[in-house]
Write a protein that binds this ligand. Structure first.
Ligand SMILES: Nc1ncnc2c1ncn2[C@@H]1O[C@H](COP(=O)(O)OP(=O)(O)OP(=O)(O)O)[C@@H](O)[C@H]1O
Length: 186
């Protein structure tokens, strides 16, 4: 059993990594989905309340609330026949990392995906999706994510992948993670 988590600031390439996983048949559990579902349960539009609900969940149930809600989703996927690897898209903090380590021990591997601010800003603009979420600038989103403890999680990652080269090279490195294991790209 292998659970691979990704951590990275907005626009770093987590979505692309998840796409590579799906192409390889590796199931993906997206922590953002936990939040979107919670928005809908509360009758709110995820597009405009995502950040607010992420914060509310942490205030109500503690800083590991979203990680804990994603644990059963991961375990369901691991129970699927023929599946022994799952990707968890988008950890936000060291507290979440602790929650996954407590549950999966050494079977959990954290991948930090990193790219400089200007590179991420350009990619997000090119992506066509609005630069902002809830009207926030990229700088503000970075600050909010780092405020959750994302920097600490990135520092504790098992493997760091710099996503500053071409998309094809990045995708190839991510494929190597799944084909040969996280140690192979160290
Ligand atoms: N190496 C690369 N070269 C060019 N474009 C890239 C590269 N890596 C990612 N991109 C593009 O940059 C954009 C941002 O990447 P992606 O959506 O994977 O980031 P993310 O970490 O999931 O961001 P968010 O947290 O905001 O969802 C996407 O359009 C993606 O295709």
């Amino acid at each position: 059993m292998t659970v691979i988590g990704t951590v990275g600031l907005p626009g770093s390439g987590k979505g692309e990594a998840a796409e590579v996983a799906r192409e390889l048949g590796v199931p993906v559990v997206t922590m953002g989905d936990v939040i979107r579902r919670e928005c809908r349960d509360r009758g709110l539009d995820p597009a405009s309340h995502h950040g607010e609900i992420a914060q509310a969940l942490r205030e109500e149930d503690g800083p590991a609330a979203i990680a804990e809600r994603s644990l059963p989703l991961i375990e369901e996927r691991l129970a699927d026949e023929g599946t022994d690897t799952v990707l968890v898209d988008g950890l936000r903090s060291d507290v979440e990392l602790d929650a996954f380590r407590d549950r999966f021990g050494d079977d959990f591997h954290l991948l930090s995906i990193e790219a400089p601010f200007e590179v991420r800003r350009e990619r997000i603009t090119d992506r066509g999706r609005d630069d902002t979420e809830d009207g926030e600038s990229l700088r503000e989103r970075d600050e909010r994510e780092l405020g959750f403890g994302m920097g600490e999680a990135m520092e504790r990652a098992d493997v760091t992948i710099e996503n500053t080269d071409t998309l094809e090279r990045f995708r190839r490195r991510i494929r190597t993670v799944f084909d040969e294991g996280p140690e192979a790209v160290r």
